[in-house]
Design a binder for this molecule. Structure first.
Ligand SMILES: O=c1ccn([C@H]2C[C@H](O)[C@@H](COP(=O)(O)OP(=O)(O)OP(=O)(O)O)O2)c(=O)[nH]1
Ligand SMILES: [Mg+2]
Length: 154
Protein backbone atom coordinates (compact mmCIF):
# COMPACT_ATOMS: atom_id res chain seq x y z
CA UNK A 1 0.00 0.00 0.00
CA UNK A 2 1.31 3.49 -0.88
CA UNK A 3 1.66 5.53 2.30
CA UNK A 4 1.43 9.30 2.39
CA UNK A 5 -1.98 9.50 0.81
CA UNK A 6 -3.28 10.89 -2.49
CA UNK A 7 -5.06 14.22 -1.84
CA UNK A 8 -8.80 13.94 -2.59
CA UNK A 9 -11.10 16.95 -2.27
CA UNK A 10 -14.13 16.38 -0.06
CA UNK A 11 -17.04 18.78 0.45
CA UNK A 12 -19.44 18.50 3.36
CA UNK A 13 -23.03 19.07 2.18
CA UNK A 14 -25.57 20.91 4.37
CA UNK A 15 -27.15 17.65 5.62
CA UNK A 16 -23.69 16.23 6.38
CA UNK A 17 -23.17 18.56 9.36
CA UNK A 18 -21.51 16.76 12.28
CA UNK A 19 -20.97 13.49 10.41
CA UNK A 20 -17.60 11.71 10.51
CA UNK A 21 -15.66 11.90 7.25
CA UNK A 22 -14.87 8.56 5.62
CA UNK A 23 -11.88 7.22 7.57
CA UNK A 24 -9.49 4.28 7.74
CA UNK A 25 -10.29 2.26 10.89
CA UNK A 26 -6.72 0.91 11.20
CA UNK A 27 -3.26 1.84 9.89
CA UNK A 28 -3.32 -0.88 7.25
CA UNK A 29 -6.96 -0.60 6.20
CA UNK A 30 -7.52 -0.67 2.43
CA UNK A 31 -10.93 0.98 2.72
CA UNK A 32 -12.29 4.05 4.48
CA UNK A 33 -15.49 3.38 6.36
CA UNK A 34 -18.25 5.70 5.25
CA UNK A 35 -21.26 6.58 7.40
CA UNK A 36 -24.92 7.10 6.60
CA UNK A 37 -26.35 10.62 6.64
CA UNK A 38 -29.86 9.26 7.10
CA UNK A 39 -31.89 6.92 9.26
CA UNK A 40 -33.91 4.29 7.45
CA UNK A 41 -35.21 0.74 7.56
CA UNK A 42 -34.42 -1.73 4.79
CA UNK A 43 -37.04 -4.45 4.46
CA UNK A 44 -35.88 -7.91 3.34
CA UNK A 45 -35.22 -7.59 -0.41
CA UNK A 46 -35.34 -3.81 -0.21
CA UNK A 47 -32.69 -1.43 -1.54
CA UNK A 48 -31.93 2.25 -1.16
CA UNK A 49 -29.35 4.81 -2.32
CA UNK A 50 -28.20 6.00 1.09
CA UNK A 51 -27.05 9.61 1.43
CA UNK A 52 -23.57 10.19 2.86
CA UNK A 53 -23.63 13.99 3.20
CA UNK A 54 -20.40 14.39 1.22
CA UNK A 55 -19.35 15.13 -2.37
CA UNK A 56 -15.86 14.41 -3.73
CA UNK A 57 -13.48 15.53 -6.46
CA UNK A 58 -11.26 12.51 -7.11
CA UNK A 59 -8.07 13.38 -9.01
CA UNK A 60 -7.91 12.34 -12.67
CA UNK A 61 -6.38 8.88 -13.02
CA UNK A 62 -8.15 7.52 -9.94
CA UNK A 63 -11.57 6.15 -9.02
CA UNK A 64 -13.20 5.26 -5.73
CA UNK A 65 -14.71 1.81 -5.37
CA UNK A 66 -17.65 1.34 -3.00
CA UNK A 67 -17.48 -2.02 -1.30
CA UNK A 68 -19.64 -3.78 1.29
CA UNK A 69 -18.55 -4.33 4.89
CA UNK A 70 -18.16 -8.04 5.54
CA UNK A 71 -19.62 -7.85 9.05
CA UNK A 72 -22.90 -6.37 7.82
CA UNK A 73 -22.97 -8.88 4.94
CA UNK A 74 -22.35 -11.92 7.14
CA UNK A 75 -24.51 -10.98 10.12
CA UNK A 76 -27.40 -9.21 8.39
CA UNK A 77 -27.21 -9.81 4.61
CA UNK A 78 -26.63 -6.08 4.01
CA UNK A 79 -24.51 -5.58 0.91
CA UNK A 80 -23.85 -3.32 -2.08
CA UNK A 81 -25.68 -4.72 -5.15
CA UNK A 82 -23.44 -2.83 -7.60
CA UNK A 83 -20.21 -3.75 -5.84
CA UNK A 84 -17.69 -2.47 -6.46
CA UNK A 85 -19.61 0.75 -7.02
CA UNK A 86 -17.74 3.14 -9.27
CA UNK A 87 -17.22 6.80 -8.30
CA UNK A 88 -15.86 8.59 -11.37
CA UNK A 89 -13.25 11.32 -11.04
CA UNK A 90 -15.55 13.78 -12.85
CA UNK A 91 -18.59 13.15 -10.58
CA UNK A 92 -19.47 16.10 -8.35
CA UNK A 93 -22.83 14.96 -6.95
CA UNK A 94 -23.40 13.48 -3.53
CA UNK A 95 -21.66 10.18 -2.85
CA UNK A 96 -24.43 7.63 -2.33
CA UNK A 97 -24.17 4.07 -1.13
CA UNK A 98 -26.60 1.63 -2.69
CA UNK A 99 -27.51 -1.01 -0.13
CA UNK A 100 -29.67 -4.10 -0.45
CA UNK A 101 -31.01 -6.29 2.34
CA UNK A 102 -30.51 -9.94 1.37
CA UNK A 103 -31.34 -11.05 4.94
CA UNK A 104 -34.60 -12.33 6.41
CA UNK A 105 -35.18 -9.45 8.84
CA UNK A 106 -35.77 -5.73 8.36
CA UNK A 107 -32.52 -3.85 9.03
CA UNK A 108 -32.38 -0.44 10.68
CA UNK A 109 -29.66 2.06 9.76
CA UNK A 110 -29.15 5.14 11.93
CA UNK A 111 -27.46 8.39 10.91
CA UNK A 112 -23.75 7.97 11.64
CA UNK A 113 -23.68 4.17 11.19
CA UNK A 114 -20.76 2.84 9.11
CA UNK A 115 -22.44 1.26 6.09
CA UNK A 116 -19.72 0.56 3.49
CA UNK A 117 -16.09 1.22 2.64
CA UNK A 118 -14.37 3.29 -0.02
CA UNK A 119 -11.20 2.15 -1.79
CA UNK A 120 -9.19 4.69 -3.81
CA UNK A 121 -7.70 2.95 -6.85
CA UNK A 122 -5.71 3.98 -9.92
CA UNK A 123 -7.47 3.80 -13.26
CA UNK A 124 -5.88 3.33 -16.66
CA UNK A 125 -8.05 4.24 -19.63
CA UNK A 126 -7.90 2.07 -22.74
CA UNK A 127 -7.59 3.25 -26.31
CA UNK A 128 -8.98 0.76 -28.88
CA UNK A 129 -6.81 -0.34 -31.77
CA UNK A 130 -9.14 -2.18 -34.18
CA UNK A 131 -7.49 -5.06 -36.04
CA UNK A 132 -8.58 -7.73 -38.55
CA UNK A 133 -6.80 -10.57 -36.68
CA UNK A 134 -5.83 -10.81 -33.01
CA UNK A 135 -2.44 -12.11 -31.90
CA UNK A 136 -2.44 -15.91 -31.49
CA UNK A 137 -2.16 -17.75 -28.14
CA UNK A 138 -2.15 -21.38 -27.01
CA UNK A 139 -5.50 -20.88 -25.21
CA UNK A 140 -7.14 -19.30 -28.19
CA UNK A 141 -10.91 -19.14 -27.69
CA UNK A 142 -11.09 -21.87 -25.04
CA UNK A 143 -12.47 -20.74 -21.68
CA UNK A 144 -15.28 -21.21 -19.20
CA UNK A 145 -13.80 -24.26 -17.45
CA UNK A 146 -11.75 -25.54 -20.42
CA UNK A 147 -8.70 -26.17 -18.18
CA UNK A 148 -10.61 -28.65 -16.00
CA UNK A 149 -13.35 -26.81 -14.17
CA UNK A 150 -13.15 -27.34 -10.41
CA UNK A 151 -11.20 -30.61 -10.49
CA UNK A 152 -8.92 -30.99 -7.46
CA UNK A 153 -5.24 -30.18 -7.89
CA UNK A 154 -3.95 -32.18 -4.85
O1 LIG B 1 -22.49 3.35 -5.67
C1 LIG B 1 -22.45 4.40 -6.35
C2 LIG B 1 -22.29 4.35 -7.74
C3 LIG B 1 -22.27 5.55 -8.44
N1 LIG B 1 -22.41 6.74 -7.80
C4 LIG B 1 -22.32 8.02 -8.54
C5 LIG B 1 -20.85 8.34 -8.81
C6 LIG B 1 -20.63 7.86 -10.21
O2 LIG B 1 -19.59 8.58 -10.82
C7 LIG B 1 -21.99 8.11 -10.83
C8 LIG B 1 -22.31 7.21 -11.99
O3 LIG B 1 -22.18 5.87 -11.59
P1 LIG B 1 -22.22 4.70 -12.65
O4 LIG B 1 -21.38 5.04 -13.84
O5 LIG B 1 -21.93 3.44 -11.92
O6 LIG B 1 -23.76 4.68 -13.00
P2 LIG B 1 -24.48 4.71 -14.42
O7 LIG B 1 -25.75 3.96 -14.24
O8 LIG B 1 -23.55 4.31 -15.52
O9 LIG B 1 -24.85 6.26 -14.50
P3 LIG B 1 -24.22 7.38 -15.45
O10 LIG B 1 -24.92 7.22 -16.76
O11 LIG B 1 -24.56 8.67 -14.75
O12 LIG B 1 -22.73 7.15 -15.55
O13 LIG B 1 -22.94 7.87 -9.78
C9 LIG B 1 -22.55 6.79 -6.41
O14 LIG B 1 -22.66 7.85 -5.81
N2 LIG B 1 -22.59 5.60 -5.74
MG1 LIG C 1 -21.68 5.32 -15.91
Amino acid sequence: MIKGGVPVEIKRLPHGGGLAMPAYATDGAAGMDVVSAEGLSLRPGGRHAVATGFALAIPEGYEIQVRPRSGLALKHGITVPNTPGTIDSDYRGELKIILVNLGDEPFRIERGDRIAQLVLAPVVQAEWHEVAELSETERGARGFGSTGGHARLV
